[in-house]
Write a protein that binds this ligand. Sequence first.
Ligand code: SF4
Length: 214
Amino acid sequence: MLRVTEIFRSIQGESTHAGRPCTFVRLTGCPMRCVWCDSEYTFTGGEHYSIDSIMAQVDAFGCKLVEVTGGEPLAQKEAFNLIERLCDDGYEVLIETGNYVSTEGLDPRATVILDIKCPASGEESRNEWSNLNRLRSDKDEVKFVVADKNDWFYAKRLINEKGLEARTKAILISPVWGQVDLQELADLIAGSGMNVRMQLQLHKYIWGPEARGV
Ligand code: SF4
């Protein structure tokens, strides 16, 4: 059984898959407490569903793209089995994970979007650095959620030190909603000459920052 906060169909709001129709399976619970977290409602509650029941709900939405997210989806061991089942059933699977839990043992058919925690999150010290060694350059993406200029400089240093441009399909720089001067960040990114993408959270522009299930 897995504890699930919500299953819904929307468009993908982030990553290089932004804009595509997507079914989201949002699992309950997270061991982290990022200060700017926009999904605190996932920390508690949720309904217990079997993998068969989750699959039936996902099938009913009819999208070929499925994202397993949270909370921290990989904090529930059975999530690894759900991901395998989704891949077996022919879904294109994205995993949005906060880089606290090891990605070892994840079905290799799934795409990992690794959310590396920057200093302003308050959780930088809990990054699981071994996950970087499992990134695949033709498939996986890393995301840095930046709350201020210092976070951007942190991301820049890490990208260079760890050679992330060569080890990922894309590097996403995602400003915390409502906290960052977007033009200033755009200037910094443009001036860096790095192979990164500034990413805005499309769903929040469409439905508003507080909307759930979209
Ligand atoms: S890892 Fe994600 S869900 Fe968990 S506290 Fe941080 S932003 Fe929120």
